[in-house]
Design a protein around this ligand. Structure first.
Ligand code: NAP
Length: 308
């Protein structure tokens, strides 16, 4: 049987939850479908320092628990542990197929965010969960007083590297250039941290060990010299890949796979709006995801009212 709603939001991170809140407050019957649990990528952040309203910072989990509680207070239904496999558009209705159900709606907001990019080097899959991680908040505690390597030079690598430095005895930051991409305030903190050592102009080549990770082989981008660095863990933060596979040709993507929208956050398919990190945009933050969620919801509300 097909369950019917006026609007469906796919993805329960900051963008999706905000869209849900705005739609429910506009009196639109809305269902939010989430692959895992409500909260999205910020659940993996130890500390959020740049979301206004929390001058002493807040953990990603605490912040997203507040988003979720707020969304539930509006009456929003959130279906967790439900992965969308396919979306089609027929007779001005979206048909959404998940692993265990079928839904239809007049309008749809995609807020599926991103997943961590992989290094695609030997040993990466073999040692996943045995020393390789993409989430310091989830796995950092296993590395108390041990040595870890963080790969990348963006906000995520430096922010999570700083958190790991509170637990591990040493944090190598392996970066492919000689300048970080991360926000200046994070850079300054990292450069002052005695437990963090920067290995510049280096790329990961191989992960090795016996049962667990024991070393990472890195290559100098200029001299091509290869070195083995002893480490107990490798945390990978080399960017994010958008989750759009289930959308087929309903949208246009840029060369990196992010969804292209217009200023109204709409797409070439009527009634299909995009919000948050999955969208082609210049700044991916909780604050910009929230803005996207609100705008997509208000524009979808107008569309739905026009359809009735
Ligand atoms: P990112 O900003 O894209 O940074 C990825 C880093 O990995 C860059 O330093 C990049 O090097 C490096 N890299 C990329 N591909 C690589 C490869 N194949 N091998 C080795 N290194 C590679 O990604 P992110 O740090 O995961 O952040 C994702 C988005 O979330 C960003 O928009 C970020 O601003 C946002 N974010 C914000 C916060 C915050 O505001 N507190 C926290 C976390 C994430 P290059 O610098 O040379 O390109």
């Amino acid at each position: 049987m097909t369950e019917s709603h006026e609007a469906i939001v796919i993805g329960g991170g900051p963008a999706g939850l905000t869209a849900g809140i705005y739609l429910m407050r506009a009196g639109i019957d809305t269902l939010l479908i989430e692959k895992i649990i409500s909260g999205g990528t910020p659940l993996n952040s130890w500390n959020i320092e740049n979301y206004p309203g929390f001058p002493d910072s807040i953990s990603g989990k605490d912040l997203m628990d507040r988003f979720t509680a707020h969304a539930k207070n509006t009456g929003l239904s959130i279906k967790e542990f439900s992965e969308v496999e396919d979306v089609s558009y027929q007779n001005q209705r979206f048909i959404i197929k998940t692993t265990d159900a079928l839904y239809e709606s007049i309008g749809l907001i995609i807020a599926t965010g991103t997943e961590p990019a992989k290094m695609n080097i030997p040993g990466e899959n073999e040692y996943a969960g045995r020393g390789i991680s993409y989430c310091a908040t989830c796995d950092g505690a296993f590395f108390r007083n041990l040595v870890v390597a963080v790969i990348g030079g963006g906000d995520a690598a430096i922010e999570e590297g700083l958190s790991l430095a509170n637990i591990a005895k040493k944090v190598y930051v392996i970066h492919r250039r000689h300048a970080l991409r991360a926000q200046k305030i994070l850079q300054e903190r990292a450069f002052k941290n005695d437990r963090m050592e920067f290995l510049w102009n280096k790329i990961p080549i191989k992960i090795g060990g016996k049962d667990q990770v024991e070393y990472i082989t890195i290559e100098d981008t200029k001299t091509k010299e290869q070195t083995d660095i002893s480490t107990d863990g490798v945390f990978v933060y080399i960017g994010a890949r958008p989750n759009t596979a289930f959308l087929g040709n309903l949208i246009d993507r840029d060369e990196a796979g992010f969804i292209i929208t217009d200023e109204a956050l709409s797409t070439k398919t009527s009634g299909l709006y995009i919000a948050g990190d999955v969208r082609k945009k210049t700044l991916r933050q909780i604050s910009t995801a929230v803005g996207d969620g609100a705008l997509a919801a208000v524009n979808l509300e107008r569309y739905i009212l026009g359809q009735k």
